[in-house]
Design a protein around this ligand. Structure first.
Ligand code: APR
Length: 275
């Protein structure tokens, strides 16, 4: 049984290795482009940072949801959602107003579609639940939504699953905490909250991808939430090269072969552009 566990890994701010890896933007970009050109089996791990340029806030960045309201992270835990109707009512209001419903993919998402069309992208594991990779044109068969999706709803009692739109229509008609119409159970978006099990086959698929890739590209993630972040050391220990694209330092920068700072929707197209 896999439990979705958040382990906050303190980021070591000053390390000599990091300065040599992020010595200069252009050097890092050229090094990363060389690694990507040689790679045949690329696995990508994306986080909330790839969607911020589409208007969807991340969690731990300077304007992140948890950064601005640490209390909110506690509420994103299954036990509170199940125990407290007020938490559920607020969650349904937030879902109805979520930026994802009007968001469009950005050049960062498009760059990963480009990488797929170059025949290099083996698997795209995303921690995001917004569905923007598929909307951008990524092959759904290659996408592993390891933290689930906000575009479906499921009943915590009977497991029935349906498109989110149906329940949001009930919320907009005034149902503050709509129960499952089949069994009366509690409904929740089909995302994985803290304290909830991840889907075993998704985890196995993500781990196998990390073990067998020749390059892991981590994009827009603080790489502090497990088991998703565990893909990074697995890939490195399996001999893969590691490229990290992120505005802020991550715990794995010291073992990366290239670290690219800057905005993902600018950096990723420059990285992926076929030479
Ligand atoms: N360009 C580059 N980096 C960016 C950009 C951008 N435009 N926008 C944000 N970032 C970076 C932030 O600096 C931050 O380090 O993306 C990172 C996002 O990190 P988090 O907010 O922690 O998101 P993520 O790593 O996906 O979180 C993992 O935690 O709360 C849970 O379930 C949630 O799936 C999520 C998981």
């Amino acid at each position: 049984m896999f439990i979705y566990v958040y382990i906050s890994v303190p980021v070591r701010k000053s390390q000599g290795i990091l300065s040599s890896v992020v010595a200069s933007e252009s050097e890092s970009l050229e090094r990363a482009r060389g690694l990507l050109a040689r790679a045949q089996r690329v696995v990508v791990l994306t986080g909330a940072g790839i969607s911020t340029d589409s208007g969807i806030p991340d969690f731990r960045g300077p304007n992140g949801v948890w950064t601005k309201n640490p209390e909110a992270e506690k509420m994103a835990t299954l036990q509170y959602y199940v125990a407290d109707p007020d938490v559920r009512k607020k969650a349904w209001r937030n879902r109805a107003e979520h930026a994802a419903w009007t968001a469009s993919p950005n050049p960062g998402h498009a760059a990963l579609v480009d990488l797929e069309r170059q025949g290099k992208l083996h698997t795209l594991v995303t921690q995001n639940v917004d569905g923007l990779h598929q909307l951008a044109g990524s092959d759904p068969a290659k996408v592993v939504e390891i933290h689930g999706t906000m575009r479906d709803v499921e009943c915590l009692a009977c497991g029935e699953r349906a498109p989110m739109e149906r329940v949001l229509a009930r919320v907009k008609d005034g149902e503050e905490d709509p129960p499952c119409r089949t069994c009366g159970g509690i409904l929740k978006s089909a995302t994985i909250s803290f304290g909830q099990n991840l889907v075993a086959e998704d985890l196995v698929r993500a781990q196998l991808a990390a073990e067998t890739c020749d390059l892991l590209l981590a994009v827009g993630s603080s790489l502090g939430v497990y088991p998703a972040a565990g893909m990074v050391p697995i890939a490195k220990e399996s001999g893969a090269a590691l490229i990290i694209v992120n505005a802020e330092p991550t715990p794995f920068d010291p073992i990366a072969d290239a670290v690219l700072r800057g905005s993902i929707s600018e950096v990723l197209p420059a990285l992926v552009r076929a030479s």
